[in-house]
Design a protein around this ligand. Structure first.
Ligand code: G3I
Length: 352
């Protein structure tokens, strides 16, 4: 079990001093907020791509703010599995080396996902190798490569249907059974690394009650099937119009399994919501409220269940949402790495 760095009294004092959030509309004091990981009694994560490491300022910012990193896409099949079925590990190894050099945890995302199935699996010559064997070989190769370094793995990602009506159909479910492929993935990952926490990860759990119900039923089914599921990831890609309390209620329900909880990919879009008609300042205030509620809800979990709180991009310009819509600003820091209201609210939320 990882021991969490105890927050130094000085760090808390600095954090408290900096948590006096600036008045509405007032400019934010640049850099007045202590690094997020120094304020939290749990690991703070961020998504990273190896290209970020070409910019030493960005690399230093990531290492200063976060205690663990998640590969945004370069530890997925879409990167690793080549068209001929071979594997490439240059980028994930670079991320792993960065994590080791900076004393950061490395969170593996994701082994089995319905999306972006590589052609090599789609076109597998099963006269040469069985599908299940190829499936196991991939998981064993990837998990085994980072054994002893990875602090956790999203073994199965987004297995529940979009609206919560059952489980997603995928190449994996068609070949190995709708829960069978998942149980197999968890057992194969466990065989490749006897110690690493193994997660089931999904999204919209705070927005679609039927999906949360289906996800929780799936956790039960996997545990009953003997799958070594040892953690639950709630991605938490939300928008600023998320109703107050939705996040808290979801984390409380998920915590009922007694397993570690990973807020695994949080961002708060200012553009994706339906009722986002306020001014930019009003939307940013709503965004900050959500980051604050998320921190408070995470702090309300038993300490042993606070696996990590991972931002899907620390700065706006690092976000997939900004690549989708340049008008969005979902992250806790602005493009220059200055803390926004959301970062202050996150820090305040940690203190309740
Ligand atoms: O950087 C390469 C570029 O060099 C290349 O020319 C281009 C053409 O293929 O690809 C570029 O990489 C893209 C990468 O994002 C970086 O922008 C990949 O194609 C693209 O597939 C990848 O998208 C990622 C996506 O997952 C699919 O893997 C997003 O960055 C990432 O934010 C997103 O993250 C997902 C989580 O894994 C699961 N939860 C939802 C979340 C958001 O969709």
């Amino acid at each position: 079990m990882r021991t969490f760095r105890r927050r130094a009294v000085l760090g808390a004092a600095l954090g408290l001093a900096a948590c006096q959030r600036p008045a509405q509309g007032q400019p934010l004091p640049a850099g007045a907020l202590a690094p997020l990981k120094s304020l939290a009694p749990f690991p703070v994560g961020t998504s990273v791509m190896s290209g970020y490491l070409d910019d030493p300022v960005h690399a230093d910012f990531i290492a200063a703010q976060a205690s663990q990193i998640t590969a945004e896409w370069e530890m997925k099949m879409e990167y690793i599995v080549r068209p001929d079925g071979g594997f490439r590990f240059d980028a994930p190894d670079r991320l792993a080396a960065f994590a080791r050099a900076r004393g950061l945890g490395l969170f593996g995302h994701t082994l089995i996902w319905y999306a972006q199935v590589p052609p090599a699996f789609e076109r597998l010559d099963e006269d040469r190798i069985g599908f299940g064997e190829a499936f196991d070989n991939y998981i064993t190769a990837v998990v085994g490569r980072y054994r002893g370094q990875a602090v956790g793995w999203d073994v199965v990602n987004e297995a529940v249907a979009e609206d919560g009506d059952g489980l997603r159909d995928s190449l994996w479910s068609r070949k190995l059974g709708d829960v069978g492929y998942m149980a197999r993935a968890f057992k194969t990952a466990r065989a490749a690394d006897p110690d690493v926490p193994l997660f089931l990860n999904d999204y919209n759990l705070e927005q679609i009650p039927a999906k949360l119900d289906a996800f929780m039923r799936l956790v039960d089914r996997l545990l009953e099937a003997g799958a070594p599921l040892s953690g639950i990831g709630s991605q938490t890609h939300v928008a600023a119009d998320l109703p107050p309390g939705a996040l808290s209620r979801t984390l409380t329900r998920l915590a009922g399994f007694g397993l570690p909880i990973h807020v695994s990919e949080i961002d708060v879009s200012l553009e994706r919501g339906k009722g986002l008609f306020g001014s930019r300042a009003e939307l940013e205030a709503k965004q900050a409220r959500i980051y604050g509620e998320a921190a408070q809800a995470f702090m309300a979990l038993p300490a042993a269940q606070r696996f990590a709180f991972t931002f899907w991009g620390l700065r706006d310009k690092d976000s997939w949402l900004v690549r989708e819509n340049a008008a969005d600003a979902p992250a806790p820091f602005d493009d220059a790495g200055r803390p926004k209201r959301g970062a202050y609210a996150f820090a305040s939320g940690i203190r309740g």
